[in-house]
Write a protein that binds this ligand. Sequence first.
Ligand code: DX5
Ligand code: ZN
Length: 217
Amino acid sequence: MIKIAPSILSADFAALGADIARVEAAGADQLHVDVMDGRFVPNITIGPPSWRRSASARAWPLDVHLMIVEPERYIAEFVAAGADMVTVHLEACPHLARTLAQIRELGAKAGVALNPSTPASALEYVLDELDLVLVMSVNPGFGGQSFIPSSHRKIREVKTLLGSRPVDVSVDGGVKADVARSLAEDGANVLVAGSAIFGAADPGAALRALRAAATAP
Ligand code: DX5
Ligand code: ZN
């Protein structure tokens, strides 16, 4: 089953509660929160205090994508603020297995994100330590960028590496209805979408259209 994860990066921060309620009502499976530090990526977003209250009010999963250096310093704080899944960038983690163990020990699902230039094979020695692989299909830092086509091949390579392991494969960046079906065929089961959903006049309708495109016969 395909899960749709709206990214709040493209939401209207002056009306964040209303935007989140719209996609929740439209059947979003999880909420994707992009955390940027101005160092790992050239942009800065929000930290745990900004969304702690909002998170605690929700029953549906919070998927926190950490685009920050030294993520191990902040993982506990994000889990305490309501993160159900914490995804760190492989490129930011010299001791990746230790960082993934830290996430799991805190009771969250452990995810690894790969930048577009990082090969799938970099995951080879942590395949049993993770719950989620996030394939970045743009260079992280900004919403509204164009999908990088080589991501299709990487998703297939990740799926091959994972074999029968029950690991989510998520794709993030430039995901719109036109690529949704092929991403599902590649083996992605979580589609993260920011501008395709929150950039639309009706985010709920856009979410439903994305799901329909991904699951079209
Ligand atoms: C990019 C973020 C994405 C971003 C996706 O660095 O990780 O989650 O919000 O936005 P769109 O869907 O507009 O590419
Ligand atoms: Zn993201």
